[in-house]
Design a binder for this molecule. Structure first.
Ligand SMILES: Cc1cc2nc3c(=O)[nH]c(=O)nc-3n(C[C@H](O)[C@H](O)[C@H](O)COP(=O)(O)OP(=O)(O)OC[C@H]3O[C@@H](n4cnc5c(N)ncnc54)[C@H](O)[C@@H]3O)c2cc1C
Length: 473
């Protein structure tokens, strides 16, 4: 337990009993049993040391927690799953939204009202029952709201855009404790900021998002021994040059760790892997995948799958682990860049990062106008490269970052910016990178919206909402 928090609590004599009387959920002080469980992030690299954790049951609990923090001079952090890499909420109030996972689906309008703490799987399973899919990403255990506030780069990116493009309205508790609606017609500036600007504007208690009629998709992975990367990566790059929007895909080099949750044929081995989610029937999907299959994979998992099983495409880890990642967005990438990329990664057996991926962007994502959302002109990016590692044993975050920097340097002529926000990470690059991620005009606009709504910077610990923390004040 962090002693500074105890001191803070004693000094302030915080009326936790009064807060407990106000909320339906649970309030944990430093000495309470269960405190460690409710502050724990999925990402074990993140140490959260709040003074108080409020496990909220609904909007009024969130309002009480925000009022409490403001009145006691404490800062607020929000945590749904802890998949993000938030700043340490040291001595502050951590609002744990994980119990706010309510969901209402309107089949007629193909929309869902999603609670502020819901995970994607909480949406995808009920949506599947009515033949609908959501704009989820590689892991269905990531929080809908946190993922969406940072852009939301998912399986339907090229078909239907980013998750932010699917948001219809947002219910949010702001720093003054008020519950506000943000939509195209109400608080339109805030609505703009919430679609890509991260989590620093308040606590989202509900988000209305579009769903799509893809009960089944053609998806999976083709895996090649990592030493065939020189064939696989160029073939992938060529393949993505004229793909229809139905295909959202990535290629990566990956070291599958020697741990039990990794299936036997992959465990402890390195692969070049192409994964895709294809919104077509089987025959069309097979035809579209043919160029990659012709390269001759050792393992092929492609087939039709219900959309709520798309977590099987990338098989991201489900159980908590320490993860460190950072990325860049690219434009104008040419085939000449691919050997340079592979040379910078080096032999996978010696890679500090477990996975280095090249995601194909564009399609519907690229057709939304720059002004629509806080993603800004980064929509012009055609690919993103993301390096992800698990600092264990002799491997340190610094070693991962160093390798990632080498890769990014090799791609420098094509780099649009660091990021995107969901893939920026918490490394040393962060400060200036935030300006780059948004571009100067959006960065300034986000700062102004933040200033108007949260003049005392109550939400300064927002994990991916750094834009506002670092914005001019
Ligand atoms: C295994 C894995 C796979 C991923 N795959 C993808 C992917 O395919 N595409 C992609 O775009 N991203 C992906 N991400 C990144 C992920 O979207 C971000 O880390 C996101 O922030 C996680 O949100 P969360 O709510 O689960 O995490 P948390 O750590 O709980 O939250 C992260 C931050 O989001 C904000 N936030 C969360 N809930 C609220 C709320 N109710 N109100 C206000 N702010 C809130 C807060 O600032 C919080 O600090 C992945 C991450 C991991 C670890």
């Amino acid at each position: 337990m962090d002693q500074s928090n105890t001191v803070l609590l004693e000094r302030k004599e915080m009326p936790l009993d009064a807060l407990r009387a106000q909320v339906r959920g649970s309030v944990y002080g430093l000495e309470d049993a269960g405190f460690d469980e409710v502050r724990q992030c999925w990402n074990l690299i993140v140490e959260q040391s709040p003074a108080v954790v409020v496990v909220a049951e609904g909007a009024s609990d969130v309002q009480a927690a925000v009022d409490f923090a403001r009145e006691n001079g404490l800062k607020v952090s929000v945590q749904a799953t802890g998949h993000g890499q938030p700043r340490n909420c040291q001595g502050g109030v951590l609002i744990n939204t994980s119990r706010m996972s309510g969901l209402t689906i309107d089949v007629a309008s193909q929309t869902a009202r999603v609670g502020g703490g819901a995970k994607w799987i909480d949406v995808l399973n009920p949506a599947q029952e009515v033949g609908l899919a959501g704009p989820s990403g590689s892991s269905p255990y990531v929080g809908v709201v946190g993922y969406t506030l940072g852009g939301g780069y998912g399986h339907l990116l090229r078909k239907h855009g980013l998750a932010v493009d699917c948001v219809r309205s947002v219910q949010i508790v702001t720093a003054d404790g008020q519950l506000r609606t943000a939509s195209p017609t109400e608080n339109a500036d805030l609505f703009w900021a919430l679609r890509g600007g991260g989590g620093g504007f308040g606590v989202v208690v509900e988000m209305e998002i579009a769903l799509f009629p893809h009960a089944e998709v053609y998806g999976g992975a083709v895996l090649f021994p990592a030493d065939r990367a020189e064939e696989v990566f160029p073939a992938y790059f060529d393949w993505t040059q004229d793909l229809p929007d139905e295909v959202t895909s990535q290629v990566c080099l990956i070291n599958f760790p020697p741990v039990p949750f990794v299936p036997e044929p992959l465990r402890g081995k390195a692969f070049a892997m192409v994964t895709a989610c294809i919104c077509t029937d089987q025959a069309t999907g097979e035809a579209l995948m043919r160029p990659m299959r012709q390269v001759g994979p050792a393992i092929d998992t492609f087939g039709m799958m219900p959309f709520n099983e798309t977590g099987r495409i990338a098989n991201d880890p489900v159980d908590p682990l320490p993860a460190v990642g950072t990325g860049v967005m690219l434009k104008g990438l040419t085939s000449e860049a691919i050997p340079a990329l592979l040379a910078a990664i080096g032999p996978m057996a010696q890679s500090a990062n477990l996975k280095i991926e090249l995601r194909h962007l564009g399609g519907a994502m690229g057709r939304v106008s720059h002004e629509e959302t806080a993603i800004g002109c980064r929509r012009e990016a055609e690919y993103l490269v993301y390096a992800l590692g698990v600092p264990m044993g002799p491997v340190t975050p610094a070693m991962m970052e160093e390798q990632a920097e080498r890769v990014f340097q090799a791609l420098a002529p094509y780099v649009v910016c660091r990021g995107p926000l969901n893939f920026l990470g918490e490394g040393t690059v962060k400060g200036e990178a935030i300006r780059q991620v948004f571009g100067e005009a959006d960065f300034q606009r986000l700062g102004e919206i933040k200033q108007a709504l949260d003049p005392t910077n109550l939400f300064c610990n927002a994990g991916l909402g750094i834009a506002v923390t670092d914005a001019p004040r």
